[in-house]
Design a protein around this ligand. Structure first.
Ligand code: SAH
Length: 220
């Protein structure tokens, strides 16, 4: 067995991750890079996965229940493309580990996050509390319905792949609202939706691979 990794080692790995985001992936938002350089990404990955998957590596990692925490580049890229301002209200679909929610919270965003697997929602809540993120609200449920009570949102970030555009999420966007989501089966098209003057526009972006967005509904 290798030697134990301590917080200093994790700090160095985090620094290297930020370097790769800047130089290889051309992430430019200092707000995003600043948040990701502070957040202890490793604590969002269950301890038993942490030894076999480098939490700061350039890849996704398993978080249990057949789900994954996205590759750092994907988190940085999707967050950057939303062009967020401090104090905005964002709906996240798929809390998972809670890491993406922490990135948003660190940027001064009020985060409303919906997760369908109760154990993941509970684990994310625990880690976010321990790390001091009070501006993240989590709902256990099927996010195809969004989170109506707190809508409309300045932005929506979807971190699992629906087969088609979920209309209810578009409905819950504010005027001038933005949504970023992977659409499709197996390999998905990252799509940016914008609502302006009551009209909805759609821009196709890069190809990505996310876990599928599942529905709690028994049938359509
Ligand atoms: N944003 C997460 C990554 C989550 S992986 C992170 O930073 O770790 C995608 C998550 O979406 C999984 O946890 C999965 O359980 C959840 N999910 C899938 N379908 C869903 C649905 N219909 N409603 C809410 N969450 C869903």
């Amino acid at each position: 067995m290798g030697k134990l990794i301590d917080e200093d080692d994790y700090g160095r790995l985090r620094g290297r991750m930020i370097g790769i985001l800047r130089s290889e992936y051309k992430i430019r938002s200092e707000a995003v890079l600043g948040a990701m350089s502070k957040i202890r990404r490793h604590v969002f990955i269950p301890e038993k996965e942490r030894t076999s998957c480098d939490p700061y590596g350039d890849h996704p990692c398993p978080i249990g229940h057949d789900q994954t925490i996205s590759q750092p580049f994907i988190v940085a890229y999707m967050t950057e493309r939303l062009d967020l301002k401090k104090g905005e209200k964002v709906l996240e679909v798929g809390t998972g580990s809670g890491y993406q929610a922490a990135v948003l919270a660190e940027m001064g965003i009020n985060v409303f996050s919906v997760e369908i697997i109760p154990e993941l929602a509970a684990q994310a809540r625990k880690v976010l509390d321990e790390e001091g993120y009070t501006n993240v609200h989590i709902l256990t449920g099927d996010a195809y319905k969004g989170w109506q009570q707190h809508s409309p949102y300045d932005a929506v970030i979807v971190t699992c792949g629906p087969e088609e555009m979920p209309d209810e999420l578009v409905m819950q966007l504010k005027e001038n609202g933005r949504m970023i989501l992977p659409v499709g089966v197996d390999v998905q098209q990252l799509v940016i939706v914008r609502k302006k003057d009551g009209k909805v526009s759609r821009e196709n972006d890069i190809l990505v691979r996310f876990v599928p967005m599942i529905s709690g509904k028994v049938s359509k």
